[in-house]
Write a protein that binds this ligand. Structure first.
Ligand code: VGL
Ligand code: ZN
Length: 201
């Protein structure tokens, strides 16, 4: 099917590639405390990406939003958000249905009261592990496009990783209607390459 035409868009996975799954947690799904519209729709797509990487024995990493009860980003503390992803709560658990292998290293962010934790790289262990695994190209998707995905992608680019943005496995909070779109444009302008699952071979 259109093999010739689409070959230029195909991406061959290999050594140095890794998948980074951002904050696919119950509180960001419909019904959760900080629900992202269609947040649940990233789950089956991300499961496919996870399969692509694990089948090739390429590493998968995950981040999780993991806040103390009095986190500074909560409305009660003068922040913008309802209480969400409280460490150890059901809302902070990874979405049921997300097939993260048990061996996947998990990096918690926003664990300190004063630290918003939008970027996975605020946890210094993430970059350390990526270096140890020899990662040079990061495939990044998850929740939410306009916060943790945006900040993590920008930091990854600043750290000189090549970044492939999984446009079919991200969704935005959209506090303002265009936030998600603007975030995607910003990431692409900065150097992220937008891809979809169909491009992976
Ligand atoms: C996030 C808002 C607040 C995110 C986390 O994971 O994108 N957004 N905390
Ligand atoms: Zn948060």
């Amino acid at each position: 099917m259109n093999n010739k035409k689409n070959n230029a868009d195909k991406i061959e996975l290999g050594l140095g590639d890794a998948l980074l799954v951002i904050d696919i947690q119950n509180d960001f799904l419909p019904g959760g405390r900080l629900a992202v519209t269609e947040g649940d729709q990233v789950i089956p797509v991300m499961n496919n990406y996870i399969d692509c990487f694990t089948q090739r024995q390429l590493p998968v990493f995950a981040t999780r939003d993991w806040h103390p009860k009095n986190h500074g980003s909560f409305i009660k503390q003068g922040g913008p958000w309802p209480e969400h992803c409280i460490a150890g709560s059901t809302g902070a658990e990874f979405a049921r249905g997300l097939h993260l292998p048990a061996t996947v290293p998990v990096f918690s962010t926003g664990i300190e009261v004063e630290n918003d934790g939008y970027s996975g790289f605020e946890n210094p262990d993430l970059n350390k592990q990526l270096q140890q695994f020899g990662v040079s190209r990061l495939f990044i998707g998850g929740l939410a496009t306009d916060y943790c995905v945006l900040k993590t992608v920008c930091d990854a680019l600043d750290l000189n990783y090549q970044v492939l943005l999984l446009t079919d496995a991200i969704r935005a909070v959209n506090v303002h209607r265009q936030d998600g779109e603007q975030a995607i444009n910003k990431m692409i302008l900065k150097g992220a390459i937008p891809i979809t699952l169909a491009m992976i071979q």
